[in-house]
Design a protein around this ligand. Structure first.
Ligand code: NDP
Length: 331
């Protein structure tokens, strides 16, 4: 196979930070080992991709690294019998783009056990629009449902609602019949969020500032992408017996909370991880996404960019400037 283009991040020995990503020719031999070669047709830009381009050591743990945590593409060759050339696949997480070379290249070499078949009826563009953020939003909804949340129990709050996880979460919850309270720092996106199905839009400052350890019971459940005071306030204002699904740290990785919501209201804190989630749960999440996410809403919350725009958008996502989801189209 001839050389092909990729974003490559290197780190000089003894340097504190990696070098900025270079767009350069590489060969298959430079990719991490795996039994399956995939031609990448689409990807996306997640918050974690933003952290990778910024050289965050918690994300990039091997060099040289091709970033990009979401691969949507076509199998070129597979040494196991799980896939045949031409199969259409989706791959999210598993350390790809962090410790295993990732999506921002024409080809990716991956392990077949990380791949799921792209469901019939889900286009590659929609699979990219969903990406890790959208699939994590579904995992959060599933976690709340496993805990017993139903629309009759009351509203669900979503933090970072104008971002990737948040906007998909708002859309899914609205389709499922929940009353959704969307929290955003961008009041200019209030109409966008109402069109996705939010019943109420609140200012994120209401949640992101230090609050009372035990507040008014305001929602039966919540999905949190922010951590820190936002998560503490979400817990403090969850109704008796409710639950909060925590998946992110856009505000901070700290949790300045008290045990009061747990011990006086039986509130549960549900951790959600997408990276190492087992294959069956991923397949279930995509099945549910195909049913419970209106593709017209997904279109409304996503926009398409070229691969040359990835570094700029990676910087924007860390500044909270990206609305919804980005589709990277390699054609
Ligand atoms: P986005 O950047 O698209 O969305 C994050 C949103 O958080 C922003 O758009 C903004 O929303 C809000 N936000 C930003 N800064 C702050 C702040 N200081 N305080 C409160 N809210 C803030 O990122 P993603 O949706 O892709 O990811 C969200 C988080 O979830 C990240 O931390 C990411 O690492 C994590 N994540 C975790 C996964 C897992 O497996 N656990 C998988 C996927 C993501 P608004 O403007 O509406 O306020």
């Amino acid at each position: 196979m001839d050389a092909f283009k990729a974003y490559v991040i290197t780190k000089d020995e003894d340097a504190k930070k990696p070098n900025p990503a270079e767009w350069r020719d590489i060969t298959l031999d430079e990719l991490s080992p795996g039994d399956t070669v995939v031609r990448v047709t689409h990807s996306t830009v997640n918050y974690k991709d933003g952290l990778a381009f910024a050289g965050n050591p918690g994300v990039l743990r091997k060099f040289p690294m091709v970033p990009g945590i979401d691969v949507i593409g076509e199998v070129v060759s597979c040494e196991s019998d799980r896939f045949q050339p031409g199969d259409q696949i989706i791959m999210n997480g598993f350390g790809v783009g962090e410790v295993h070379t990732g999506a921002y290249a024409k080809y990716a070499r991956l392990k077949s056990e990380w791949l799921i078949k792209r469901p019939d009826g889900l286009s590659p563009e929609h699979a990219a629009a969903i990406g890790t953020a959208g699939y994590t939003a579904m995992l959060c909804v599933m976690a709340l449902e496993r805990y017993g949340l139903t629309p009759e129990k009351g509203p669900v709050a979503v933090s970072g609602a104008a971002g990737g996880v948040g906007s998909v979460a708002v859309s899914i919850l609205a389709k499922l019949g929940y009353e959704v309270i969307a929290s955003t720092g961008r009041q200019s996106e209030a109409d966008f969020l109402k069109n996705l199905g939010a019943s109420e839009v609140i200012d994120r400052a209401e949640l992101s500032e230090p609050g009372r350890p035990f507040g008014k019971e305001s929602w039966a459940g919540a999905i949190d992408v922010a951590g820190s005071h936002t998560l503490a306030n979400l817990l403090a204002r969850t109704k008796y017996g409710g639950a909060v699904a925590s998946c992110g740290l856009a505000q901070g990785m700290d949790l300045p909370a008290t045990v009061m919501p747990f011990i006086l209201r039986g509130v549960a804190l549900l951790g959600v991880d997408s990276v190492m989630a087992p294959l069956e749960r991923r397949e279930e999440a995509y099945r549910r996404l195909a049913e419970d996410l209106e593709m017209s809403k997904l279109d409304a919350l996503s926009s398409t960019i070229k691969i040359s725009e990835v570094p700029e958008k990676a910087a924007d996502i860390l500044k909270g400037k990206v609305r919804g989801r980005l589709i990277v189209d390699y054609s």
